[in-house]
Write a protein that binds this ligand. Structure first.
Ligand SMILES: Nc1ncnc2c1ncn2[C@@H]1O[C@H](COP(=O)(O)OP(=O)(O)OP(=O)(O)O)[C@@H](O)[C@H]1O
Ligand SMILES: [Mg+2]
Length: 258
C-alpha cells in the first residue's frame, strides 16, 4: 500500500486576542488583564492515510478541522511534529478563498485554475466542463464580490474538481450549495473516490459522511478523539442521537439527506 498523508504528533498553536483596539489593549494592560492567550487548535495529532482512502473529518465547531485541512493543503505549517503528503493536492478548503472580488467569475475561473496548477492547454480542454458544472449562467460575467456564498462555492468547486490531483480536500463545500448542486458535488466526489484518489471530506452531515467515507477521524478540541469506522464515529459524536430542538424536522430539512 502507498501512503498518501502522514501526520506525526502535529500541533498548531494560535493566539486568541481578547481586545482589538489600541485603547482597549492599553486599558486592559493598565488594569493588569490578559490581552491574549495561546492555545493549541491542533494538539499532538497523529494518523496515516493510505492512497485511495476516503476520510471523513468530523468534530464540533472550532475543533480544528479546517486548521488540519489547511496544514494538509500546505497553506499552514504545524508548529510541532511532521506532516507529509504525497502528490498533487486540490480541493476547496474555504469558499471564496483565492478569489478576487473585483474580477468577474470567468476571470477568477482562469486565475484560480492557474493557481491550482492547471496549464493553459488543460484549461482550454476543461473550460466548458467547468462552466457547465458551475452552472452560473450570465452571473459568470459579474464581479465575484457580488456573488452569493452559494455562487462562490459553485465556482470554486467547479474549478477544484477539474484539477488533476492525488489528494482531494473538501471543507464543507456542500453546506452553502442548494440541493441539486449538493447532489452533483456528491456524485463528483464519489467519482474521485472511486478513481482511487485520496479524499478528505469535512462535514457535519452524518448521512453524507457514511455514504462517502470508509473511515472517519473525529477531532475534539484539537485532539484526535476517534479514528475508525464511520458508523462508530457518528455514534461516538452522538450525531445519531435525536436532536431535541429539531426533533420534528425531517432529515431533508436539516440537510442530512446527502
Ligand atoms: N488564524 C487563526 N488565528 C487564531 N485562531 C484561529 C485561527 N484560525 C482558527 N482559529 C481558532 O482555532 C480553532 C479551530 O478552528 P477551525 O476553523 O479549525 O475549526 P473547525 O473544526 O473547522 O470548526 P467549524 O466546524 O466551525 O468549521 C477555533 O477556536 C478558531 O477560533
Ligand atoms: Mg471549519
Amino acid at each position: 500500500m502507498v501512503t498518501s498523508i502522514v501526520a506525526e504528533n502535529i500541533t498548531k498553536e494560535f493566539t486568541l486576542r481578547y481586545h482589538r483596539t489600541f485603547k482597549e489593549v492599553t486599558v486592559a494592560k493598565v488594569r493588569g488583564h490578559k490581552t491574549s492567550d495561546k492555545f493549541n487548535a491542533i494538539e499532538d495529532v497523529s494518523f496515516t492515510i493510505e492512497e485511495g482512502e476516503s476520510i471523513g473529518l468530523m468534530g464540533l465547531n472550532g475543533s480544528g478541522k479546517s486548521t488540519l485541512l489547511k496544514m494538509i493543503n500546505g497553506v499552514m505549517r504545524p508548529d510541532k511534529g511532521t506532516l507529509l503528503t504525497r502528490g498533487r493536492i486540490a480541493g476547496l478548503i474555504a469558499t471564496g478563498a483565492g478569489f478576487h472580488p473585483q474580477l468577474s467569475g470567468t476571470e477568477n475561473l482562469v486565475l484560480n485554475a492557474a493557481i491550482l496548477g492547471m496549464s493553459e492547454r488543460e484549461l482550454k480542454r476543461k473550460y466548458d466542463d467547468i462552466v457547465e458544472f458551475a452552472d452560473l449562467g450570465r452571473t459568470l460575467e459579474a464581479p465575484v464580490g457580488h456573488y452569493s456564498s452559494g455562487q462562490k462555492a459553485r465556482l470554486g468547486f467547479a474549478v477544484a474538481i477539474h484539477v488533476d490531483s492525488d489528494i482531494f480536500l473538501a471543507d464543507e463545500v456542500l453546506a452553502v450549495g442548494d440541493k441539486p448542486f449538493r447532489a452533483k458535488c456528491m456524485k463528483r466526489m464519489m467519482e474521485i473516490r472511486d478513481s482511487g484518489r485520496t479524499l478528505v471530506y469535512v462535514s457535519h452531515s452524518p448521512a453524507s459522511v457514511e455514504r462517502m467515507c470508509s473511515r472517519v477521524l473525529v477531532l475534539e478540541k484539537g485532539r484526535l478523539g476517534f479514528d475508525g469506522a464511520p458508523k462508530d464515529a457518528i455514534h461516538y459524536l452522538k450525531y445519531d442521537a435525536p436532536d431535541d430542538a429539531q426533533n420534528d424536522l425531517s432529515d431533508a430539512e436539516i440537510g442530512n439527506d446527502i
